[in-house]
Design a protein around this ligand. Sequence first.
Ligand code: FMN
Length: 348
Amino acid sequence: MPVKTNSISQRKKEHLELCLTDEVSFKNKTNGFENYEFINCAITEVEISKIDFGTKFFNKKIGYPFLISCMTGGVTEAENINARLSIAANQLNIPLGVGSQRQALENELFHKSYKVIRKNAPKIPVLGNIGASQIVQFKTFEKIKILVDLVEADAMVIHTNPAQELIQDRGEPNFTGLLKLIEKLVKYLEVPIIVKEVGAGISKKVAEKLINVGVKGIDVAGAGGTSWTGVELLRNNHQGKNEFWDWGLPTSYCIRTVAKLKSKFNFMLIGSGGIKNGFDIAKALALGADITASARIILQELKKNSSEGVIDLIEGWFEIVRQIMFLTGSQNISELRNKKIIRKEKLN
Ligand SMILES: Cc1cc2nc3c(=O)[nH]c(=O)nc-3n(C[C@H](O)[C@H](O)[C@H](O)COP(=O)(O)O)c2cc1C
């Protein structure tokens, strides 16, 4: 039976189509990684073949410090996309996030677009996903538990996107009571909660508040990659506030500042927002991220070359990371995090 589309499905479809183009990039802002240089280690003794990418995602061991960020579900096209993404994630043994599961609550016919992931990837960490504005609307948590079970999630992601909601035609820019609700949800759910932005970044102050209420992971999803205000402005034919296209804190800034909380708290820091090659990944890790993530560039590769293309892309990025680790004298990821990077202005 064909799935009846509603306005949310239609919106998700438009998001997918727009994200296959580069029109939705930030215009005059970057992720900031170009401001950093690696410190060459002239006496490296690292054995390239023994470089260890081993990382844990909560209690599961994963192949690379990288995850495929939350993108889709709840629209007809999503089943095929999630099927192919999960084949790639399974082969690489990396976590995969699903897109907002709001649609799963409205129509059971959409369930298979999410369930296909566990069919193809029974063991990888899977991240459920729901919007902060839905948490505020629901006020109770039974529905969130249903979403966790639907994908057998290892963690639940709450995406917070005030700038996107503000610019979106019929957006829902209302987050009153959010922090208290997250605090309650942390106690209610059996799986850890990760809070992520969608491309405008999370500041150190906000991260600290979230960690203090029990959030176990922060995905900064900073500025410099996909602009979600840009996506909504394009959907709306630029009727709105174009000056908000480039709104947000650059990814490198968010990682560097939020990482300072590591000395006080135990949490997972996910570095994402415009990650597009091995250098970005290595710099994100060197600035303090535990794991990195990308969204739109993966979707574009999937469209061009399917699961195999995504596998090759990510493996290729990590070949570069391996070479950077050799050149910086880093045998493992925690050594890469130890003062292996410098701001370019300090090189003079
Ligand atoms: C097509 C598409 C759909 C997305 N849908 C969601 C979503 O449902 N939930 C979410 O948390 N993030 C969503 N995102 C945001 C990404 O997870 C990511 O945070 C953001 O795009 C920035 O990363 P990037 O610069 O690598 O694209 C979506 C991204 C893309 C490209």
